[in-house]
Design a protein around this ligand. Structure first.
Ligand SMILES: NC(=O)c1ccc[n+]([C@@H]2O[C@H](COP(=O)([O-])OP(=O)(O)OC[C@H]3O[C@@H](n4cnc5c(N)ncnc54)[C@H](OP(=O)(O)O)[C@@H]3O)[C@@H](O)[C@H]2O)c1
Length: 324
């Protein structure tokens, strides 16, 4: 099968379009004919090996444990292992996997998959899982957003932000999104009550106070963030950009953890986890018309390096998708 493979950390130039062996599904695995994937900052970390301190967690000091990247996937079931009970050949599925989706086929654990939302294309479905788990678990589990709360989402136009705006609205909260001029109309169209264009206005300077600040960017100081929070409020950092090539955001997060016990506001972070149950929750939200992914553009499989270059510029509008 054709795939994009990685032999060492580096820029998108290290990614190779190659012919590799088609995987054979294990007993509890599903062989998926991949139709679409997407690019997440998560894939970017495995590509670049940054932050360097995390390389053991990525699986190696010189190259990641995965030979094929691509966490999000949608496609149809080609074959199933003997213990698989929930799927049959021909089913249209989607999910987040460690199997590597920048390939024509992937052998995916049954638990990582759900039936694809009936009202989405393969491309749209592949835009959902990783960013969807992140947005859902941030808003529902970590921040426990309540109706009428005021929520500010910094980075409202990205993969996580566009889903977080919609999920937060579905909890009955009042949402303010922060993005650049080109994305103001889009962020408003997906449900934000207020939009702050960061190229014109400083969102940390206004009079408004928030109960939750979901931060997908991490470009301001803790004191600036705290200034716009209510006394009993939450600052939730989701960002993982390598502000420092060795430590990434660790220094910022460490200062936050040290300060949090001494202030009224809760300063915290989280790591999203893929679960079958939450994949079903995302499907239900999508099929009810409550949640819809925003797809910026699609690249064919052999142009995955270009997709990474585009996402690496930091201004993707919603998700960048790979079609296979
Ligand atoms: N904690 C977790 O488990 C977890 C899981 C997934 C992702 N993450 C992290 O969450 C962050 C967001 O992920 P993502 O997938 O949403 O990233 P993304 O789609 O690549 O984010 C791109 C967006 O960032 C916006 N942006 C860039 N500079 C900005 C600024 N100064 N102010 C406001 N917005 C700005 C861009 O909007 P404009 O073009 O309008 O500037 C663009 O829409 C990443 O750091 C990622 O590592 C964490």
């Amino acid at each position: 099968m054709k795939a994009i493979v990685i032999d060492r950390y580096g820029t998108p130039d290290v990614l190779r379009f190659a012919e590799v062996e088609t995987p054979v599904p294990g007993d509890d695995e599903v062989l998926v004919r991949v139709r679409a994937s997407s690019v997440n900052p998560y894939d970017w970390h495995y590509l670049t090996g940054l932050p360097k301190l995390f390389r053991p967690a990525f699986g190696g000091l010189r190259r990641p444990k995965y030979h094929i990247l691509g966490a999000d996937l949608s496609g149809h079931v080609e074959a199933i292992g003997k213990d698989v009970t929930r799927f049959r050949p021909g089913d249209e599925v989607y999910g987040q996997t460690a199997a590597g989706a920048y390939a024509e086929y992937a052998a995916v654990a049954e638990a990582e998959l759900a039936l694809k939302p009936a009202n989405l294309t393969f491309e749209q479905s592949a835009a959902v899982p990783l960013a969807g788990f992140t947005a859902l678990q941030a808003i529902r589990d970590k921040a426990k957003v309540q109706p009428a709360q005021k929520v500010l989402i910094n980075g409202a136009s990205g993969g996580v932000g566009t889903l977080a705006v919609q999920i937060t609205k579905s909890f009955g909260a009042e949402v303010t999104g922060v993005c650049s001029t080109t994305n103001v109309d889009m962020v408003r169209s997906i449900g934000a009550d207020h939009v702050i264009d960061y190229t014109r206005d400083d969102f940390t300077a206004g009079p408004q106070r928030y109960h939750l600040l979901l931060d997908n960017i991490g470009n301001r100081s803790l004191s600036e963030y705290r200034r716009i929070l209510e006394r009993k409020a939450t600052y939730l950092a989701s960002f993982g950009q390598p502000e420092n090539e060795w430590l990434g955001p660790l220094w910022f997060l460490a200062r936050m953890a040290l300060l949090s016990p001494f202030v009224g506001q809760k300063l915290t972070t989280f790591t999203a986890r893929p679960t079958t149950e939450d994949l079903h929750t995302l499907t239900a939200l999508i099929e009810a018309g409550t949640l819809a992914p925003v797809v910026d553009r699609a690249y064919p499989l052999h142009e995955v390096p270009d997709a990474f270059r585009y996402v690496g510029q930091g201004h993707a509008r919603g998700k960048v998708v790979i079609t296979i």
